[in-house]
Design a protein around this ligand. Structure first.
Ligand code: CTP
Ligand code: CA
Length: 230
């Protein structure tokens, strides 16, 4: 990691990071899920701890070792993620939603395993919307001056989609990744543009997820400083 770890510029701060992905169960053995590895969120948690923050990491379905000195809360579904993040966010100075949250969940959970029936096509799976945790966090901030950061994985018109999403979610910063067949998911590296509500764009060149994490914390620390001055 870079020299920023030595500065302890997040000392005295509590930060909450969500990581990984949610899984929405269909029955006891099946779920709807996504391919998030959790590595970017874990890098955010580890770098914040290295810079002196108290860190709560809300982790969904990851297979990564707990970062040293970080409180880890494990969750499965989007509804559980919401509960854990809102509980931890009460006294948080910053919340970073790096988790890949399932937009929908099966409308019904079968308590027994769903079985094939001879000669019949399967029943369609119906879905309902999950709560939008980032929008909810951004709208009612329990802590005055709390900084809320979102992530967006986009294809096609990446920056325009990102700007629209930043406005729609109401967060302070949005880290926009371009995704494609072989990009981002599960890899150790990342490339992104961080959009801010003041109109600024901070490009982060292709590199380790720790470097992107440190840039996110630089921007968050800058916002803390601006709030303290004003
Ligand atoms: N997010 C969330 N709750 C949801 C869905 C997403 O908190 N139910 C958060 C993610 O953790 C991420 C940000 O919102 O920080 C953007 O996620 P994304 O999937 O890009 O946004 P959506 O609003 O779901 O838009 P889309 O229809 O493009 O998936
Ligand atoms: Ca989504």
């Amino acid at each position: 990691r870079g020299p920023r770890a030595a500065t302890a510029d997040l000392a005295g701060r509590h930060v909450v990071v969500s990581a990984g992905g949610t899984r929405e169960p269909l029955d006891p053995v099946r779920y709807l899920g996504n391919r998030s590895s959790g590595r970017q969120g874990y890098a955010l948690a580890a770098t914040a701890a290295a810079r002196g923050a108290r860190v709560t990491l809300v982790a969904g379905n990851t297979e990564l070792p707990d970062p040293a000195g970080v409180d880890v809360v494990r969750i499965g579904t989007a509804v559980q993620l919401r509960e854990a993040v809102l509980a931890a966010a009460g006294d948080a100075d910053a919340v970073v939603m790096a988790a890949a949250v399932a937009d929908f969940r099966p409308s019904e959970y079968a308590t027994g395993k769903i079985k094939k029936k001879d000669g019949q096509e399967p029943e369609p799976v119906t879905l309902v919307r999950n709560p939008d945790i980032l929008a909810e966090l951004s709208a009612d901030r329990p802590n005055r001056g709390q900084i809320v950061v979102g992530f967006a994985a986009e294809t096609d018109d990446v920056l325009a989609n990102g700007r629209t999403k930043l406005a729609r979610k109401g967060c302070d910063l949005l880290v926009v990744n371009e995704v494609g067949e072989h990009k981002t998911f599960g890899s150790a590296e990342n490339e992104a543009v961080i959009l801010a509500t003041d109109g600024s764009e901070t490009p982060v060149p292709h590199g380790p997820k720790e470097a992107l994490a440190d840039t996110v914390w630089d921007l968050v620390a800058g916002r803390f400083a601006a709030t303290a001055d004003g």
